[in-house]
Design a binder for this molecule. Structure first.
Ligand code: SF4
Length: 77
């Protein structure tokens, strides 16, 4: 149980990945998840390569769902 709780409160095991070919630089993802996604000077995302903290997974899923180009994914490491 303690291990389960530690995993829930610690870093997650999923990371965000962007398909640079599909991404059109809308920047919606960065607006929804500024904790993990910044944008470059052209509006393309700069993704934090570290695992998504468990507490931010709902926001990460929202950002993935909101991407109009289907270019953002949440992948299990
Ligand atoms: S929302 Fe999608 S298309 Fe827009 S910048 Fe983010 S990954 Fe790219």
């Amino acid at each position: 149980m303690a291990d389960y709780q530690a995993r829930r409160s610690g870093p997650g095991t999923r990371t965000l990945r962007v398909n640079p070919i599909a991404c059109t630089g809308h920047g919606v993802c960065a607006e929804l998840l500024p904790e993990l996604i910044a944008t470059d000077e052209w509006g393309y995302p700069i993704i934090d390569p570290r695992p998504v903290p468990y507490a931010l997974e709902p926001e990460a899923r929202r950002a993935v769902a909101a991407c109009p180009a289907l270019a953002l994914r949440l992948v299990r490491e």
